[in-house]
Design a protein around this ligand. Structure first.
Ligand code: FES
Length: 152
C-alpha cells in the first residue's frame, strides 16, 4: 500500500518552454508572469528563479533595444577585454548586467563567444566586433543610436 503519493511530474521541458515564451513576449520575465507560472504549473518560485538566473537568455528586468555582450573569456581578457568593458560601462553609464535609462542598450558580459582569434570581442545584437581597442567603442555605439541605425 502506498502511503505517500508522489506529486505529478511536469513534462520534461514544460517549465523551460513556458519561460522562453514569456521571455520572448515581454523581452524579460515579469514578476507577475513568474508567479502565475509557479501557480499554474505547481512549481516552487525558488525553482523558477534558479532557472531564470542560471540561463543568460532569461532576464529579470526589461532589456534594452540593443544587447551588448562583452567577452571576458581568457583570450579576450588577456588582450584587453577588461578595458573594453570599462570603456563601455563609462560611456553607457551602466554596469554590466544592466540597461541604460533610455532603454537603448543592455550591457552584459559573456565568457567566450567562439571568436577567440578575434579577441577582444564584443557582440551587439547579431554583429561581432573583433580586435577592439577602447577608442573604437564610441564609434560602434553610435551605429546603434536612434537615427543612426543601418543594416550594415
Ligand atoms: S575568449 Fe572571447 S571569444 Fe573566446
Amino acid at each position: 500500500m502506498l502511503l505517500i503519493q508522489k506529486p505529478p511530474q511536469l513534462p520534461a521541458g514544460a517549465l523551460l518552454a513556458r519561460l522562453h515564451a514569456i521571455n520572448s513576449e515581454h523581452g524579460y520575465l515579469p514578476e507577475d508572469e513568474i508567479r502565475r507560472t509557479a501557480s499554474d504549473l505547481a512549481v516552487p518560485l525558488s525553482q523558477i528563479y534558479s532557472i531564470a538566473t542560471f540561463y543568460t537568455s532569461f532576464s529579470l528586468e526589461p532589456r534594452g533595444r540593443h544587447h551588448i555582450c562583452v567577452c571576458q573569456g581568457t583570450a579576450c581578457y588577456i588582450r584587453g577585454g577588461g578595458q573594453i568593458l570599462e570603456k563601455l560601462e563609462g560611456t553607457l553609464g551602466v554596469c554590466a548586467g544592466h540597461t541604460t535609462k533610455d532603454q537603448q542598450f543592455t550591457l552584459e558580459t559573456v565568457y567566450c563567444v567562439g571568436s577567440c582569434s578575434m579577441a577582444p570581442v564584443v557582440r551587439v545584437d547579431e554583429d561581432t566586433y573583433g580586435r577592439l581597442k577602447p577608442d573604437r567603442v564610441a564609434r560602434i555605439l553610435k551605429k546603434y543610436q536612434p537615427g543612426e541605425e543601418s543594416d550594415t
